[in-house]
Ligand binder design. Structure first.
Ligand code: PRP
Length: 207
């Protein structure tokens, strides 16, 4: 039995479609329900629906053998897992954005609002720029508009949220996409099955 942590939402739906194509279907997943665990004993697969930012935790602790997670979550959590495959979807950028008229005052620490404090900290450390982090949990784009921060470090996918709020990308930190990850001991004990899934995923997504 392979236990798979799927992020709830669009990314998870895409991953489930992929798993179904590979023969790891679980028709109950298509039903509209509040269930969090779905199992197909015959196919030897069990899915856990988890919050996207928690996928790496389930995999790191071995509650799930494998999972799919955005590279943003992996970088932020620094989880001790194997990263097996870049799935090439869920593409976006981690970027610094600011109001279009923002001019940086280099004589004081930069105030950075973000859901990703670790990514922001290591980025600005690499630039030797002193910052003050303001950790938020959503609607990050609001922070510079209302004067809570100078800039934001956030995910930019289409750029629509920035545009509609008078912000623009100032620096791109790192490109992001969905990654297949595995628990380290599961990878030892279930290596054949995990590698089979990885190889077939790679074929289907054409990487
Ligand atoms: C993410 C991200 C941006 C937006 C970027 O937010 O934090 O706000 O998507 O997408 P775009 O470039 O296509 O506009 P999410 O939808 O996860 O909501 P949140 O505000 O709760 O973080």
């Amino acid at each position: 039995m392979i236990n798979i942590a799927l992020p709830k939402g669009r990314l998870g739906d895409k991953v489930y479609d992929l798993m179904e194509t590979l023969g790891y279907e679980c028709p109950e997943m298509r039903e509209d329900s509040r269930k969090l665990i779905f199992e197909n004993e015959e196919r030897g697969v069990k899915y856990f629906l988890v919050k996207p930012s928690d996928v790496a935790i389930y995999v790191e602790y071995g509650a799930a053998d494998i999972g799919v997670v955005g590279k943003d979550v992996l970088l932020e959590s620094d989880a001790s897992v194997y990263e097996l495959l870049d799935l090439g979807f869920g593409k976006c950028n981690m970027a610094v954005a600011a109001k279009t008229d923002f001019r940086e005052d280099v004589t004081r620490p930069l105030r950075v609002a973000t859901k990703f404090p670790n990514i922001a900290r290591s980025y600005y450390e690499s630039k030797n720029r002193e910052i003050e982090i303001i950790k938020l949990y959503g609607s990050i784009e609001l922070a510079p508009i209302v004067g809570l921060s100078d800039v934001i470090v956030d995910i930019v996918e289409t750029g629509k949220t920035l545009r509609e709020n008078g912000l623009e990308v100032r620096e791109t930190i790192v490109p992001i996409s969905a990654r297949l990850i595995a628990n380290k001991s599961s990878f030892m004990f279930k290596e054949d099955e995990i590698l089979r899934i990885k190889d077939r995923m790679r074929e289907v997504v054409g990487i």
